[in-house]
Design a protein around this ligand. Sequence first.
Ligand SMILES: Cc1ncc(COP(=O)(O)O)c(C=O)c1O
Length: 416
Amino acid sequence: MTTSFDPDFCRKNFPALEREVDGLPAVYFDGPAGSQVPRSVIDAMGAYLGGCNANHGGHFLTSRESDAMLAEAHRAAADFMGSADADLVAFGANMTTLTFALSRALSKTWKPGDEVIVSRSAHDANFSPWVLAAADAGVTVNYVDIRAEDCTLDLDDLAAKLSSRTRLVAIACASNFSGTIHPVEEIIALAHAAGALVYVDAVHYAPHAPLEVERWGCDFLVCSAYKFFGPHVGLLWGRREWMEELPAYKVRPAENTSPDRWMTGTQNHEGIAGTLAAIDYLADLSRTDGEPADRRAALLRTWELIGEYERLLLRQLLAGLAGVKGLKVWGITDPERERERVPTVSFTIEGYTSAEVDLHLAARGIFAWSGNFYAQPLSEALGLEPDGALRVGLLHYNTSGEVDRLLAALDELVGG
Ligand SMILES: Cc1ncc(COP(=O)(O)O)c(C=O)c1O
């Protein structure tokens, strides 16, 4: 393989990658359900708890240090999401919890006769909160269809369903089932032309490519640090007018300014310290020693390196899977279209349930997932329920040798 990205160097940062199963190195293809974390993230969380664990807003030393860490984490998160404004990023428990909170606030502005649009390619966390909020507000839900042959969104269907009654379109940057990247900018332009807001789920996309909330013209974007090498923390970015003016559900003594009005209760400070460290880990991957380069610029360079490397692995994986007897990939397989997907590949194998394939791989130290991965709307639309599919998710710490091990294990299963 030729690439300027060095996976061996980067793997040394991840203690979990040293684990073995029955004498063989563990293979982590479970990244879409949660990535491993580098040493710097583990250290940052320990250092926070050991050195300046305190509630925020006090006058004493550790509280002031906590405040400084939180302010830096907001700046890092804004750099990560492509925003110039650190006050527009709220941290929370996870994407699902933030989405339930935001959907409750937003639905207070809806009235009967209004409509919302969700997509059949969604993770249920960007589907059910809107369906439930719509039911509470007496609002109609429309569903954007997918093209089953390649798991892309049917934009003609979206255009047909948009109208002056549409208040919100909920979409994902990328599917956590098929890996399909959806044309977010185009969808936002279509929705805005109809006067609708857009809620973007970037959870699955964030470990693979840059988020660009300002350039894309998002109204809201959510992601989760535990998918991009950090701890279990969710992030919500919103346009200033919505973050300041929507009716947030909050307790009275808490600040009513953004982002505090969205960060209910005492936050997971050690997790936020880890999130800051995860973003810096990514930026540092493309920094040379001592370089004080601006974090956003460094992150953009990192995404180029990671993207190029991940596409090499993806090519190898798809070419290998094409040779496995009875195997069908659900999503884009054409190498010419590799930039329309992230390296998350779900497949089924004739004659085997997904759980059987999963068990076979687990016994060989290969960690993957079977089922619908909460992308229930897509699994239903593809007619794959209740078995779902087997999902292999590649991240920048995976290697060509690991892909070979997977392919050999699949050949062994089907007798190739
Ligand atoms: C695409 C996508 N959206 C949303 C979620 C939910 O994220 P969280 O676990 O942070 O609530 C996930 C989790 O797997 C996901 O993959």
